[in-house]
Design a protein around this ligand. Structure first.
Ligand code: NDP
Length: 253
């Protein structure tokens, strides 16, 4: 179980944070991986680490997920290199805060475009290949704030996009189930990535975790591995359309 040798995974947002963690988890089980993001230097460093540590092939592709043409050519490059895409982890995302009544159109669209449109573009392009192959595992990365709101968080654009990812995931699961493709989402709680760097180790957040999170702390990066492997596995063929909260119980209480 959970042997990924011979599988090809494409992970967006693979230049840092959870995307890099997911790519390493899949490579650790034998998958060849393509990591995609805008920062070429970070992708190159991550490729070296993945190939050196896990002995799999790693392709890097520079791509802005907001641009459907770049997404199309990225998926084509991955298929040209590896022959197929078995697993898509649509993870690239940005934060988005600001009072809803004051938000500019540009700020709203930037978050929707990256966190929702970018996920859809990759699902569409990789999904076409998966339909041809009658096999696929798609994992879209939502958020705790795609499931719940929080007083004073001011996350209208982020929550709209992340809630949209959950709706998209369910719709695609229904549309593509008969093609052997499962489509699921993960909603992370708080993990120590660049996205969270300004806040996560502050006294305010430590107190917030202690009092609000059932597990009482932030997530550790390696605590993300088992969820991605479960949803990406061939063996999980009857699990589709769900969102797995990877959040220390936040959304339970
Ligand atoms: P990071 O900031 O470390 O990673 C974000 C990744 O997304 C980077 O690799 C970045 O690459 C990529 N990215 C952002 N915008 C674009 C773009 N336009 N085109 C291509 N790539 C892009 O944050 P996380 O690892 O935390 O975030 C990963 C996902 O997890 C996001 O979707 C986030 O919303 C979600 N999440 C994270 C939580 C956390 O606590 N960390 C909590 C809930 C959800 P580059 O800049 O090189 O393009």
């Amino acid at each position: 179980m959970f042997d990924f040798h011979g599988r090809v995974a494409l992970v967006t947002g693979g230049s840092s944070g959870l995307g890099f963690e997911f790519a390493k988890a899949l490579a650790g089980q034998g998958a060849d991986v393509a990591i995609v993001a805008r920062r070429a230097d970070r992708l190159a460093e991550n490729k070296s680490e993945i190939e050196r540590t896990y002995g799999v092939r790693c392709l890097t592709v520079q791509c802005d997920v907001c641009d459907p043409d770049q997404v199309r050519s990225t998926v084509a490059k991955v298929i040209a290199e590896f022959g197929k895409i078995d697993i898509l982890v649509a993870n690239a995302g940005i934060g988005g805060r600001g009072e809803a009544a004051e938000m500019s159109d540009e700020d709203w669209m930037k978050v929707i475009s990256t966190n929702l449109c970018g996920v859809y573009y990759f699902c569409r392009e990789a999904g076409r290949n998966m339909i041809q192959n009658h096999y696929g595992r798609i994992i879209n990365i939502s958020s705790l704030y795609g499931l719940v709101g929080k007083k004073n968080m001011c996350s209208a654009s982020y929550s709209a996009a992340k809630g949209g990812v959950i709706g998209l995931t369910k719709a695609l699961a229904c549309e593509w189930g008969e093609h052997g493709i499962t489509v699921n989402a993960i909603s992370p709680g708080y993990y120590p990535t660049e996205l969270m760097t300004p806040w996560i180790d502050s006294d305010k957040y430590l107190e917030f975790f202690r009092t609000r999170c059932p597990v009482g702390r932030k997530g550790n990066m390696n605590e993300a591995d088992s969820t991605i492997l479960f949803l990406a596995a061939e063996e999980s063929s009857y699990v589709t359309g769900i969102t797995v909260p990877m959040d220390g119980g936040w959304t339970a209480g």
